[in-house]
Design a protein around this ligand. Structure first.
Ligand code: ADP
Length: 475
């Protein structure tokens, strides 16, 4: 089967969050299972782009209303990723340091989608399936069905995978003329509420919809930033598939980004050595339990609760714990977290920014990972933490509900129900007690380390969906 993944992110070319990890790994396992798999992402100005070789396989012009953007399709030449990686190079729009957050994001991702389809149109072969990811690629299923110029690609089956339904790519009717010509009778597919909505378009027009965990699929029926009734109406073509993790990239026994490698048989010594290094870097005490947070500092992640929860937990347990935070996002949260450094020097530290290597060391060297998320479609941090013998402390929501079971129920983590300072601190207190009970602590760690979250197991579920929609052959 020939499968295309179209996405705004793909690790190691470009990563902002979990979307990149998934699009960097799932295709690799699908290819290893015998499929022809290609990934298409925009060509940003990243380290990976600079350090690797590419050949130009196609060029053309994207027409966006009055705008005309020249584009090239670049193929990574070594094929070392395990799948073919293609970059859509539109210099004017993507040769920038950040992935998102520009005023012309609509123009950028419209152009990306249209350039990708123009290239597919020019290729001699027609793929079996296009797997779109999130709203940045939500127009693709619509364009394939209804834009006149893509008529010959109509047989391609489409799936949209929702990694985060909060972000939807809204745009106004004034941008409608950017799209390649289609019969206006179908304009309703583009609308949601009083505007046009890229994610809603994808959900309406794709042959199948997947979410990145089963619990998240349930949740979006009653909480989806305005799309609840839409998700309700497409239940029969939807499935929640729990993300896997790339066990080659995330392997404590081989990880080159950590100080000491270890396995389930040597985690006590191995983790302690990583912890000592981490504590030295951040002036923390390696003799005390280390609670860490890695992620985007936004309300969605419970980031707004972290300053108060850290202050309260530290004042209650001042001599007993360390807290370390790695992340960036809301500037007020960042500022509050920075201020705490003065009050709890020696027990608390924060690194504002994005740092892949540090994230690996934190997974390896921490005792607990905090995930007080309000919304967590899947969450990868808890799965990485489990594999690295670090106990997740999570709010029961989305994928966290599907992957973490409280140690009180013979599980692998610590769970609470409310996204509140009180619940976080209650869980931290339970964790401090567990830390002193080494027999039970090690049992919980080993339970977590033995779980198989690999893509090998999961990627077949995507193939089953692809086969189903190919067999059905619905218009
Ligand atoms: P998201 O909602 O951000 O996609 P996920 O849990 O699905 O959340 O994935 C987050 C990914 O991004 C993980 O690989 C995590 O380690 C990584 N990550 C998040 N913030 C940072 C950061 N500041 N530095 C390094 N890695 C980070």
């Amino acid at each position: 089967m020939e499968i295309f993944h179209i996405s705004a992110e793909c690790y190691p070319m470009v990563k902002v969050g979990g979307l990149a990890d998934v699009v960097g790994a799932l295709p690799k396992y699908q290819a290893a299972a015998g499929n022809l798999v290609r990934v298409v992402v925009p060509c940003y100005d990243t380290k990976f782009k600079k350090e690797n070789n590419f050949e130009c396989v196609h060029w053309g012009n994207v027409k966006l209303g009055n705008f005309d953007f020249p584009f090239s399709v670049l193929k990574e030449t070594s094929n070392k990723l395990g799948y073919e990686l293609y970059l859509i190079e539109i210099k004017e729009l993507f040769d920038r340091p950040n992935v998102y957050g520009y005023e012309d994001d609509i123009e950028r991702f419209f152009s990306f989608q249209i350039a990708t389809l123009d290239w597919l149109l020019a290729r001699k072969t027609i793929p079996d399936v296009i797997n779109c990811h999130d709203h940045h690629t939500g127009l693709v299923p619509f364009l394939l069905k209804y834009a006149y110029k893509y008529e010959s690609l109509k047989s391609v089956r489409t799936v949209i995978t929702i990694h985060n339904g909060l972000y939807q790519g809204w745009f106004g009717f004034d941008k409608l003329h950017y799209l390649p010509e289609f019969d206006l009778i179908h304009v309703g597919f583009l609308e949601w509420g009083s505007s046009l909505n890229s994610l809603a378009v994808g959900v309406k027009c794709a042959h199948a919809v997947t979410t990145v965990s089963p619990s998240y699929l349930n949740e979006i029926n009653y909480s989806a930033n305005g799309l609840e009734s839409l998700f309700n109406s497409v239940q029969s073509k939807s499935k929640g598939i729990l993300n896997g993790i790339d066990i080659e990239v995330w392997d404590p026994s081989k990880d080159k980004m950590i100080v000491q490698n270890y396995s389930i048989d040597s985690f006590e010594v191995g983790k302690q050595m990583n912890k000592e290094n981490l504590c030295e870097q951040f002036e923390l005490d390696p003799g005390k339990p280390l609670f860490s947070f890695i992620g985007r500092l936004f309300e969605e992640k419970g980031g707004d609760l972290l300053p108060q929860a850290s202050a309260l937990a530290l004042s209650e347990n001042f001599e007993n714990i360390n807290i370390l935070i790695l992340g960036s996002g809301n500037s007020l949260i960042e500022e509050q977290l920075m201020q705490l450094r003065n009050d709890y020097k020696g027990n608390y530290n924060v690194f504002i920014g994005y740092n892949e290597e540090l994230a690996h060391l934190i997974y390896a060297g921490s005792d607990y990972i905090l995930m007080p998320s309000r919304v967590e479609p899947c969450g990868l941090n808890q799965m990485y933490a489990l594999r690295y013998g670090t106990i997740p402390i999570v709010r029961r929501t989305g994928g966290l509900r599907d992957t973490v079971v409280d140690f009180g129920d013979n599980g692998n983590g610590i769970c609470h129900d409310q996204a509140s300072v009180g619940d976080i601190c209650y869980s931290i207190n339970r964790a401090v007690k567990l830390y002193d009970d080494k027999i039970n602590l090690n049992k919980v760690i080993k339970t977590g380390m033995s779980i198989d979250h690999s893509w090998e197991r999961v990627c077949q579920e995507y193939i089953e969906i692809y086969n189903l929609i190919i067999e059905k052959n619905e218009v």
